[in-house]
Design a protein around this ligand. Structure first.
Ligand code: PHB
Length: 388
């Protein structure tokens, strides 16, 4: 592959791009990454300020927060992030200030966990285990209860309230609606898990309605240019498999076309996870089908606004993505594991500096400093800013 890689200096990966109301300086972004460094009330710990500010250190970087729950009921596991209370918003405000101080752009990823919550965690806290239909997902012992229509409407209201909290109280530049990876919105999109026969299931259009409605209502509340959406057409994580590539193309072809019409080129960005980015492969070490391509999705979106792609990228494959694979489209490339292990990832990709290796054993240790702010900046980066 080496000879086909465009050097970073001339690559589209390092060309500025407009995103929402912002001008990014390059097209490398921080993917949303669950790290469990929030306290037991789901309030960010102080160490998160440095973590996000360090990764924002190249000015004009798109920073996407870890998935953050829209309500206390949907914060379905210990120490994950949340945007449901004033205390949570106040702590995020300090994190976001740090990102802005570096000249970077911050989107808060918002999710409802649905049946991907842990029943044994939410039960004792007084919340019910619910999802589109009463169908058990892999890794859980019990089936959720089917949500009532009133609960679906409440969920939409909770997305709106969380988005307002993120943008107006915490100062986020926008919100990314997480409709991927086997969380609640994705479960509504998944035929095997959404067996409803009302207005929220039973056909492709009805199954897509909740995601489209959340986007519409959140956009009304905070402005469409502050809204993004994340979809994972091929992911099978947490029961989200759509059955076949053909089924995925039908569902996401419809959803993306409707999103394009509904948002008229004004959505801040569309975030698409490739087959290689399925957490089933990345987090759980399972298989994925490398022949599945996002081309149909990019065609349907037709450059309506930038697209963030994710899928186990390395510095080299990201350059190939920007200049070759996705040359027809305005893409950014999101990095997860390699960005958590390299606070100066943008500089390293741009200057060919070797990467720190990530240590998976410390990814998910609740509240732990180890594996969090202890990955070093490169000497090359420190010299470039005159600090060594
Ligand atoms: C996870 O916590 O494993 C996780 C969270 C959000 C995702 C994917 C995985 O989108």
């Amino acid at each position: 592959m080496g000879s086909t890689v465009t050097p970073a200096e001339t690559s589209r990966l390092f060309k500025p791009i407009k995103l929402g109301n912002h001008e990014l300086q390059h097209r490398v972004s921080l993917a949303a990454l669950t790290r469990y460094r929030n306290d037991d009330d789901h309030v960010p710990l102080d160490m998160m300020r440095q973590y996000y500010a360090d990764r924002a250190s190249a000015p004009g970087t798109l920073i996407v927060s870890e998935a953050s729950a829209i309500s206390e009921a949907e914060a379905g596991e210990p120490n994950n992030a949340s945007m449901a209370t004033p205390a949570q918003a106040a702590a995020w405000k300090e994190i976001i200030k740090g990102v802005h101080a570096k000249g970077s752009v911050f989107f808060q990823q918002l999710y409802a966990m649905g049946s991907s919550a842990k029943p044994e965690y939410i039960g004792p806290r007084g919340f019910e285990y619910r999802d589109a239909s009463a169908v058990k997902i892999p890794g859980r012992d019990v089936a959720p209860r089917e949500m009532t229509v009133a609960e679906i409407e409440q969920t939409i209201d909770d997305f709106v309230a969380a988005a307002k909290r993120a943008v107006f109280d915490a100062g986020a530049d926008g919100v990314e609606i997480h409709a991927a990876h086997g969380y609640l919105l994705d479960h509504f999109l998944t035929p095997s898990l959404n067996q409803r026969t009302d207005e929220w299931g039973g056909s492709t259009a009805k199954s897509c309605r909740l995601t489209l409605e959340v986007v519409r209502r959140v956009a009304e509340a905070v402005g469409i240019e502050k809204v993004a959406v994340r979809l994972s057409p091929f992911a099978t994580y947490q029961g989200g498999g759509k059955g076949s590539g053909l089924a995925s193309r039908k569902i996401y072809g419809y959803l993306i076309t409707e999103l394009r019409k509904q948002t008229a080129g004004k959505l801040a960005y569309l975030s698409l996870v490739e087959a290689a980015g399925d957490p089933m492969a990345i987090v759980l070490g399972g298989d994925y089908d490398p022949t599945l391509s996002l081309d149909f999705a990019l065609e349907a979106w037709d450059n309506a606004s930038p697209v963030v792609v994710a899928g186990a990228y390395t510095p080299e494959s990201a350059l190939v993505a920007a200049d070759n694979v996705y040359a027809r489209w305005d893409v950014l490339v999101a990095f997860g594991r390699r960005f958590l292990a390299n606070p100066d990832l943008v500089y390293r990709v741009g200057h060919g500096v070797p990467l720190n290796k990530y240590d998976r054993t410390t990814f998910y240790i609740p509240k732990a400093p180890q594996g969090y702010n202890d990955y070093p900046f490169s000497q090359e980066y420190l010299q470039s800013i005159g600090s060594k």
